[in-house]
Design a protein. Structure first.
Length: 130
């Protein structure tokens, strides 16, 4: 569903939604993960995902994805201290946001898919390494 939201956002986002995503992208680009708290990192991640959900302009999809994102955040909190490279996870949002802002549906879908798969892989590794 993340893939569908990113692809749809690239296709239907209004100019105002693209401007909000641009502001979020700037926040990601300037985010200093080394000095950020876990809460700040999670808040930025949520801001990225919720911005894309809103830009997709489908309230039902947005509602469902926010619920799933909340669950993913709970899982992330369980292993946050065991994830080796959060900076990559956070900063890969830049390319995803750029693709959505540029209206590139295929690239948005591809990057969203890779982001979700990477997250799942990192979480599984952290959970099963314990």
């Amino acid at each position: 569903m993340e893939v569908a939201a990113a692809s749809r956002a690239a296709r239907v986002a209004t100019d105002a939604a693209r401007e909000r995503l641009q502001a979020i992208m700037h926040a990601v680009e300037t985010f200093d993960i080394a000095s950020a708290t876990a809460v700040e990192t999670l808040q930025l991640d949520a801001q990225v995902h919720q911005g894309i959900y809103a830009a997709a302009a489908n309230p039902h999809l947005e509602d469902v994805l926010i619920r799933y994102d909340n669950l993913a955040t709970r899982i992330w909190c369980m292993v946050l201290d065991r994830l080796p490279d959060l900076s990559h996870h956070v900063h890969e949002h830049v390319d995803l946001l750029r693709a959505v802002i540029d209206g590139d549906e295929a690239k948005s879908a591809e990057l969203a898919r890779a982001h979700v798969i990477g997250f799942e892989h990192a979480i599984r590794e952290a959970l099963f390494a314990a």
